[in-house]
Ligand binder design. Structure first.
Ligand code: BDP
Length: 703
């Protein structure tokens, strides 16, 4: 009786208690339906696990905590299932159907068996089983096998020593460097749990614009303390490297060098010793991430060497340690008439085949820089002898920070599912990344993290879905975006079927809506200078030509857009003929990519039957109007949601609505000066002038 009463109270408190979002998708509140709880409970009488492997122990304790919460009853962890039925058995074995981290969930007799070829595999299986229960899926006659398609599934934190996060919008860094290694914030463990639940197995803890401090003994100790927390969750730490660290970091017991030339034996020796120092403290250290000769960061080219020379030097320094060098391809040189689109391709393709086997080249999804929509980077498919990793950005640097709701999975999938045609039809970007196209040994996918010290981790509640979706897609890029969204909503926000459907729909449309009111038809790089927030298409002064926004949209009295065909920069020629064919003719280029490749006359009729100018206006206006629709949809969800989570999103949507109009007005007023055409009916011209809108940007950026 008392037990029933307590459970009742627990269930009731779940409905009225405000949820601050801290628990992410690992809430484990009791399932509301008693029959369902009883059904699951019949298969969860115990959790059997033998041995003391820390990762296996984590699997058991996570499963225990999760099931106890969801089923509202204790689930004992025991050493062996011998002679017992009606429970869950965790097992490491040797299963030819599984790779190193894959798992199998199977009903065997009256038990549920979670098996894998490694303890990490069992951990991922345990979380998969929890997900079944969290989303109300049946566990009867269970038969699931799942293998990760990519080996290194990692977050990249752009976190600085002083606690700030480059492009972070959810508070300050999670890592309290000033307290480490002595004090371990409990949040580090919760961070690891969340990642492990998705199969993320690596984390680069510091900014790619790296401080040399991370190569000092003092910081290696701090990083080692984090690694100790993450290890039982199957997560390895990596460090971003300041390439000339050998010139600034002393000791232990020796002064810094005069050089960072990767071919200088003293420099090579310095790195070999540094690597040994790191591995002495972090035996499972994952390796290095490097941004070199890019945006002012130093690199091997400062010594007349190539990216391959630099990367290979670090790879050789890793020696026999089990680590990798992840070298970023995000580079571009200042050159007045060049097209930044071509830069990475031109620097990296000549180096194909020249990299050490421990090197992976990490490529941003598009050729420019995490814009709201980009064609896939032409490097994908063009470096068959070099493992290429995908770099996605979860933090919404160009997608409205933590204010605008943009569910990113469809954007990630759009890139992954695109056909490069390099080895005939079906040569998708995903197949380049997962190694199946070129037989890469190393495979990796990275997401630039959107986490921070905000209580709900990501600022915008809905931002959690981007972390979630990235992890799920890094595990299996064939998962559908809507399925991932649905899962996340059920685990995080509500289990009410109608609300799950409505919110999933909202999420699925959110990115296209954002594209429409900011950069429709393939416009790109017209956001606020430096801050990368709000509209600033008029920007025509900046230290580099390719930081000016007029460089990207090229609006004039004839039309708008960047001609990247043979009559322009010819960046299109970097793709296979089949891809070129899709994008070379302005009459047939799919509208989302039109202005990426063509300078299109304002009066040209598009496939929609409207002129370019009219179509642009339709997109800006309907895009902004759609945010009202999002607000309305969200408002209707109130009864199904926790009040704090409801309010958080409702408030941010209100700002988004105001700012969608800001974007719309700025862009139609600015481009309208070139097009010299009226805003088409039924839309009304903005009731403010371009000068007024420009002032908003100035105030916003405090310039
Ligand atoms: C740009 C960001 C900048 C990063 C850079 C990078 O604005 O802060 O350092 O990407 O990826 O988009 O290195």
């Amino acid at each position: 009786m008392i037990k029933k009463l307590l459970l009742g109270l627990l269930l009731a408190s779940h409905v009225v208690c405000a949820d601050d979002g801290y628990r992410l998708w690992l809430k484990y509140d009791p399932l509301p339906d008693a029959t369902q709880r009883a059904n699951y409970a019949r298969s969860a009488g115990f959790i059997a696990v033998s041995g003391n492997d820390p990762v296996l122990r984590t699997a058991a304790s996570e499963l225990q905590a999760g099931l106890q919460g969801l089923l509202g009853k204790p689930v004992p962890v025991i050493g062996s299932a011998a002679g017992r039925t009606g429970g869950i058995v965790l097992q490491v074995g040797s299963d030819p159907a599984l790779n190193r981290e894959g798992y199998r969930l199977a009903s065997r007799g009256n038990n549920l068996v979670v098996s894998a070829n490694s303890a990490s595999g069992v951990l991922y299986g345990a979380f998969a089983l929890l997900r079944q229960v969290q989303t109300g899926a049946s566990v009867a006659n269970l038969s699931v096998t799942s293998n990760p398609k990519v080996k290194l599934r990692m977050l990249n934190h752009w976190d600085n020593v002083n606690g700030t996060i480059e492009r972070g919008y959810a508070g300050s860094s999670l890592w309290k460097w000033y307290e480490l290694p002595e004090r371990i914030d409990p949040r580090y463990r919760d961070y690891a749990r969340a990642n492990a639940s998705l199969g993320i197995n690596g984390t680069v803890v510091n900014n790619v614009n790296a401080s040399p401090r991370f190569m000092t003994d003092e910081y290696i100790k701090k990083v080692a303390a984090l690694a100790d927390v993450f290890r039982p969750y199957g997560i390895r730490v990596y460090l971003s490297v300041y390439f000339p660290a050998s010139k600034v970091v002393n000791g232990p017991g020796k002064p810094a060098l005069k050089s960072a030339d990767p071919l200088d034996p003293a420099v090579r020796q310095w790195w070999a010793e540094k690597v040994n120092e790191i591995y002495a403290q972090i035996p499972d250290f994952g390796g290095f991430l490097v941004k070199a000769n890019s945006e002012g960061e130093p690199g091997p080219q400062d010594y007349g060497r190539t990216h391959a020379d630099g990367a290979n030097m670090l790879a050789e320094a890793l020696g026999t340690h089990d680590g990798v060098v992840i070298w970023r391809s995000f580079v571009y040189k200042p050159a007045e008439n060049a097209d930044r689109f071509r830069a990475a391709y031109e620097e990296f393709t000549p180096l194909d085949g020249k990299f050490h086997p421990k090197v992976i080249v990490q490529v941003k999804n598009g050729p420019i820089d995490f814009q709201v929509r980009e064609p896939f980077s032409p490097l994908f498919g063009a470096m068959p002898k070099t493992p290429l990793a995908m770099e996605f950005q979860l933090t919404q640097e160009y997608l409205g920070f933590a204010t605008h709701m943009v569910y990113e999975a469809p954007m990630f999938k759009e890139c992954l599912d695109t056909d490069t045609h390099v080895k005939g039809p079906g040569s998708t970007v995903a197949k380049v990344i997962d190694g199946s196209l070129h037989g890469y040994e190393q495979t990796a996918m990275a997401g630039v993290a959107n986490t921070g010290s905000d209580r709900n981790w990501t600022g915008h509640t809905m931002g959690q879905a981007n972390w979630y979706a990235f992890g799920r897609l890094a595990w299996d890029h064939t998962l559908p975006s809507d399925g991932i969204a649905r899962e996340w909503v059920q685990m995080t926000l509500t289990r009410q079927p109608k609300a799950v459907q409505t919110i999933t729909d909202l999420m699925m449309r959110s990115r296209e809506i954002y594209v429409n009111y900011t950069n429709p038809l393939g416009l790109h790089h017209i956001m606020g200078y430096g801050i990368h927030y709000g509209p600033e298409p008029w920007l025509d002064k900046a230290p580099r030509p390719d930081w000016r926004h007029t460089y990207y949209h090229r609006a004039d009295s004839v039309g708008v857009g960047f001609n990247r065909t043979a009559t322009g920069s010819n960046a299109l020629s970097l793709y296979t003929p089949q891809v070129q064919q899709q994008w070379e003719n302005p009459q047939t280029t799919p509208l989302p990519y039109l202005l990426w490749f063509h300078h299109v006359p304002w009066n040209q009729t598009l496939s929609t039957g409207r002129s370019l100018w009219d179509e642009l206006c339709v997109r800006y206006y309907t895009g902004a109007d759609s945010v009202r629709w999002m607000q309305q949809q969200w408002a209707q969800m109130k009864p199904a949601l926790d009040p704090e989570q409801f309010d958080d999103v409702a408030g941010r949507l209100a700002v988004q609505q105001k700012e969608a109009i800001w974007w719309r007005d700025a862009c139609v007023l600015y481009f309208g000066r070139f097009a010299r055409r009226p805003i088409p009916a039924p839309f009304k011209a903005p009731d403010r002038s371009l000068e007024e809108v420009k002032r908003i940007v100035d105030i916003y950026q405090l310039r």
